[in-house]
Design a protein around this ligand. Sequence first.
Ligand code: MG
Length: 290
Amino acid sequence: MPRFLFLTLIALPLLLGCGAPPVEEPMEPETVAVSDQPAGEYIRFADASGAASWGRIEGDEIVVLHAAPWAGGGPTGDRVPRDSARLLAPADPGKVIAIGLNYASHLGDREPAAYPGVFAKLPTSIVGPGDAIEKREDAGNLHYEGELVLVIGREARDVSVEQAQEYIFGVTAGNDVSERDWQGADLQWFRAKASDTYGPVGPVISRGVNYDDLELTTRLNGEIVQQQRTSDLIFDTSDIVSYVSRYVTLMPGDVIFTGTPGTTQAMNEGDTVSVEVETVGLLENTIASR
Ligand code: MG
């Protein structure tokens, strides 16, 4: 093509910005490997439509993630004010596992076990901050159990104690609500421990702190009724993940209640119970009739 024709027909219109407008490619949200998710506080919250979203707290804002943080959830680019979000349980687990008798202060006259005492709760027991713990009329001896709760970040099968921390995404606070009369009378702890609403967790997942040295405090109607550090766990967080993974493959998002310290007492309709874990914050729930 002669040079003047090239300049007139192609180069000049391009230089003047008269070319076809660029096609807008939809932005692909960034996928983040779980090992690259930063330390901090992660939440699950309801957006304006009521749909559940994941986010990471940054100051007064929530950085919205396009998926759970262990499922590649990178920032969508949206941010919402922290105060505007209604918090949901920060896990939607396939499995809810729990450890019993894991603080010397809770053993009473019982000898410490040689290995962790594991039992199962059910995903339908999980509720979030502010949700009601439902008390049936025949649940006459319903107790709180304030606990540290592990949230699994990577599939874990036959994991060694030395490697176990890599499989924990973070921790939250939980209440292993327990009906003591059913716990003593039934063949298994199915209704005593796994009934609907017997597993409140939240308010945030704290990631990147020392999970084996956090203060745990339970309050019933504002009065401190349990207080201990997780450094007093008989089987620590690494022991627990390793042990459970020998028998059951842990999946990202699964949760493990790690045991409760001290003594517990009965709760009644209208009572408010809270479990606070250092760096996680306060999980508060009230008891309501079902
Ligand atoms: Mg418990």
